[in-house]
Design a protein. Sequence first.
Length: 226
Amino acid sequence: MALSIPDFLRVKSVPTLFWSAPKALTFTPPLISILPLCFGLILFGLGEAILIASGNGVSPWTVLAEGITHITGWSVGQATFVISLAVLSAWVPLRQVPGIGTILNMIIIAVVIDVALPYLPQFQSLSLSLIECLIGVMVTGIGGGIYLIANLGPGPRDGLMTGLQRITNLPIAWVRSGIEVSVVMLGWMLGGTVGIGTLLFAFGIGPCVAATMFWLKKSFPNTRRR
């Protein structure tokens, strides 16, 4: 008997809900779009910080950020901001256009990581630290789904994801996981920390983002077509 693929893993596009901005490229976004955008970005940064605090390995992009901190002495948040700027260059061949959400993504996530990290618990118990690790992945995925729906321009990494998805027509979950696996290899070579949390993030973030968008679309029927 063939195994059926869950519906949320078939998601190929970002849904349009009541807080989705009519235009991604605007200097006067509606408040109903900007607030969920910022909330989602705060959750994303918090999830990243939780994963770091768990001590079981960091997300692939943070592996790369840690590798850069070894060379430069910057904080993880500062390195994350610089990486975001660098990733934007990959948008050119994908014909992705940045928006206000792109800029806020680079700023808010980097700031939240540095601000939240000192206040998060670091458990000695392996079971508790693994639970914290799983929470970090889920919080990051939920935040990613919320701010993408705001339609004010994806973050540098998500723009890379959506751009590649458009070209390949593969499901979002598959594309995101492929990106994360590639990045962790580069980060590890630069000396970043790799652990079970890294693997959980690499293979779990795509399904978490897709599941969030799938659930929100079903929960808020008041949608409008782009």
